[in-house]
Ligand binder design. Structure first.
Ligand code: UVW
Length: 320
């Protein structure tokens, strides 16, 4: 469906619930406040076999990383290596050891990452009501640094929507709702509990590696969750602290009903303070969950503490 003029997100979300002020006027981590020592200890109950999974996609792959169109994948460049000694250009250190150094140039949203709560806004206000002018030159409020300081530890639950629909990967623009999340949980024989870290697999990023970049970016529109007031109420009522998906933006790119771009960034991130973890690699974890029938786990993550950053790379760790 095409929409020549979509209504403003502020109009669409005018009755949307907000968590602004709930954790104080200076809060910068939003719904992560739902995760405390009690949730960390309870999540240990989901550790049964000791199997460990890491969710970061490869970064700075010379063959290319999946990124939002217009961004570039991370680029790594070598600064010094044995070649420098071989051609006599390297420093000679006492003791004679050699070393390698390199550097990286990367969009902070260009790899598996946490978005800062101030990453996306409308109506001149960020999460918690902070003035959008506080983003100029770097996020003075609701940057990724406080998320890195706090860390994220809780019970995660994987909901495999691709599997639910009997597909390797959802189609471009294919949508689903919280009702589908509940259905996936039921079919998987698991439960979504209050304050769970919700991890959703669509299979979409796996298609980048399977089909290649040309096919992945052709008519680019990601599959994902689609907006409804009921979905927002569900996230609110369930006190979901963190939404993790194997897509670049955690929601369908363009809402098929109202035509707005990334409206859940406004409804969940800006208004409810739900943290977004994007570009997660979920293939191995999903295969293992399907095999042993255990879809819940201990989830541990902390993005890099980039001062004033709009997001930061992360390699979440899951223990089953
Ligand atoms: C955009 O900013 C487009 O999305 P993301 O949250 O994926 O970085």
């Amino acid at each position: 469906m095409t929409h020549e003029v979509s209504p403003a997100v502020s109009e669409l979300l005018k009755d949307c619930p907000k968590n602004w002020g709930k954790w104080g006027a200076d809060d910068e981590v939003g719904a992560l406040n739902y995760l405390g020592p009690q949730q960390a200890l309870a999540a240990l109950g989901s550790v049964r076999s000791g199997k460990v999974f890491t969710l970061q996609l490869p970064m700075a792959d010379p063959k290319g990383d999946p990124v939002w169109p217009g961004r570039r994948g991370a680029e790594r460049s070598q600064v010094i290596d044995e070649g420098h000694w071989l051609c006599g250009k390297a420093p000679q250190f006492p003791g004679g050891q050699h070393y390698a150094d390199d550097m990286i140039s990367a969009y902070l949203q260009g790899s598996t990452q946490y978005d800062a709560l101030g990453h996306v806004w409308y109506d001149g206000q960020l999460y918690n009501g902070y003035d959008a002018r506080s983003t100029i030159g770097g996020l003075d409020r609701a940057s990724v640094q406080p998320i890195g300081e706090k860390g994220v530890v809780g019970r995660g639950v994987l909901l495999d929507i691709a599997r639910l629909r009997g597909k390797e990967c959802l189609d471009k623009g294919e949508t689903f709702t919280h009702e589908d999340l509940l259905k996936a949980a039921e079919v998987q024989g698991t439960e979504i509990c209050k304050r769970d870290i919700v991890v959703i697999r669509t299979g979409f990023l796996e298609s980048f590696y399977r089909l290649g970049a040309d096919e992945f970016y052709k008519d680019f529109i990601e599959p994902g969750l689609t907006y409804s007031p009921e979905l927002v109420d569900w996230f609110h009522k369930m006190e979901i602290p963190n939404l993790v998906t194997d897509t670049i933006a955690n929601e369908v790119t363009v809402d098929p009903v109202n035509g707005a771009l990334l409206i859940l960034h406004g409804a969940l991130m800006r208004n409810l303070g739900v943290t977004f973890t994007e570009l997660a690699g979920l293939g191995k974890l999903a295969a293992d969950c399907a095999e042993d029938g255990q879809w819940d786990f201990l989830y541990v993550a902390a993005p890099l503490k980039v001062v004033n950053g709009t997001g930061a790379p992360v390699n979440p760790v899951v223990i089953k």
